[in-house]
Design a protein around this ligand. Structure first.
Ligand code: TXA
Ligand code: MG
Length: 339
């Protein structure tokens, strides 16, 4: 299959919406990461997404809408909390898990009776929903297991030959995927952290929000996943990665004798000057936002330079940095070393 690249604009909008209307798929920009979009109501279209990504069949997709009024089309028994959060954070990087409506294809939700819904803060993405007349389901536009793409170039690397069109909307702003919060029970629970934090949600709802333990610890082999995506290997470069938790002094000490062919460090901006090994950087030490923005391109760079072993600096485990930690600990297959 030939894969076309078009800049976000009128021509791309017409081609992309025709593809969606005809039951085909297209890679589109969003403010978090790029996604592969298909008609959320059309199971056959959605199957093409699973095939293009090599995604496990039991991992549901997020449904993207362009206005709050569409919430009632894709979800039922929507609680007040959902409207409160929608008014506060949409359009933006927040996905709410709600009871699914009949209209959404069971292929989209992988057979679950719940559905993840969000309104993206990317004009092209929202115009595409309006122009094609249906919400689109979209997972991140990477091959399953690989880091999510934050540029059209990264999408192209993974998806060339696998889908007909990639729309280039520039670099994704947030850099990590949306916060996923389940509103199926009275107490909201964060299933995947993102740039909208637990504190942001608690402020908006004026009540306690929980974080699923799997966010930090992963799942034991016999444990049931609240969110199927928790089960799978994720964001992983080809190299063996170690996440080193401790001060920069201890980090420097740890990697001092580790120099060898293919050994790299993943560090915060500026720290590379003090390290003897080749380094890749992923944002400022005390700035979760810049870490989130830089993370996935740093993880892709690890593959580009053909690193074999990577020693990574560990971010904090709260605020936006929790989202970064959540991705890094998966990228390192839970190889967390306390220094
Ligand atoms: O920012 C984002 O959310 C991006 C852009 C493209 O919108 N999309 C994205 O999709 O990250 P994906 O498929 O890579 O991740 C969706 C996550 C998975 O971990 C999945 O298990 C979870 O959301 N999820 C989706 N529907 C769910 C549901 N009904 N219940 C629990 N978890 C759900
Ligand atoms: Mg993904």
């Amino acid at each position: 299959m030939e894969t076309k690249l078009l800049k976000a604009g009128n021509e791309a909008l017409i081609e992309a919406s025709n593809l969606i209307k005809n039951g085909d798929i297209v890679a589109v920009p969003t403010e978090t990461v790029y996604g592969i979009a298909g008609n959320a109501y059309d199971g056959e279209a959605i199957k093409k997404i699973f095939t293009a990504k090599g995604r496990p069949q039991d991992n549901p997709l997020i449904v993207h809408i362009a206005s709050i009024s569409e919430l009632d089309e894709v979800a039922v028994s929507v609680p007040d909390d959902a409207y409160t959060l929608a008014l506060k954070f949409w359009p933006g990087p927040l996905t709410m898990v709600l009871k699914k409506s009949q209209k959404v294809s069971p292929v989209t939700t992988a057979g679950l009776d719940s559905v993840g819904v969000r309104m993206p803060n990317d004009e092209f993405a929202r115009e595409l929903i309006i122009k094609s007349g249906v919400p689109f389901a979209a997972p991140s536009a990477n091959i399953s297991g690989k880091p999510s793409p934050t540029t059209a170039k990264a999408v192209y690397e993974d998806m060339v030959g696998r889908l007909p069109l990639i729309v280039d909307g520039g670099e994704s702003m947030a850099g990590v995927e949306s916060t996923v919060v389940s509103l199926l029970n009275e107490t909201p629970i964060i299933l995947r952290p993102g740039v909208i934090t637990k504190a942001d949600l608690e402020d908006a709802l004026n009540k306690k929000v929980e974080i699923s333990p799997a966010v930090i610890k992963g799942l034991k082999s016999d444990e049931k996943a609240e969110s199927p995506g928790m089960k799978y290997k994720h964001y992983a470069p080809n190299a063996n990665m170690y996440l080193l938790d401790g001060s920069f002094e201890k980090f420097k000490n740890y990697v001092k004798n580790k120099k060898c062919d293919g050994a790299y460090c993943l560090v915060f901006d500026g720290e590379e000057k003090e390290i003897d090994l080749p380094c890749i950087t992923y944002g400022k030490e005390n700035d979760g936002k810049s870490q989130a923005h830089g993370l996935f391109s740093a993880l892709r760079k690890i593959d580009e330079v053909k690193a074999k072993t990577v020693y990574a600096r560990c971010p904090k485990k709260d605020g936006i940095s929790l989202a970064v930690f959540n991705r890094l600990i998966r990228a390192s297959s839970f190889n967390l070393i306390e220094l």
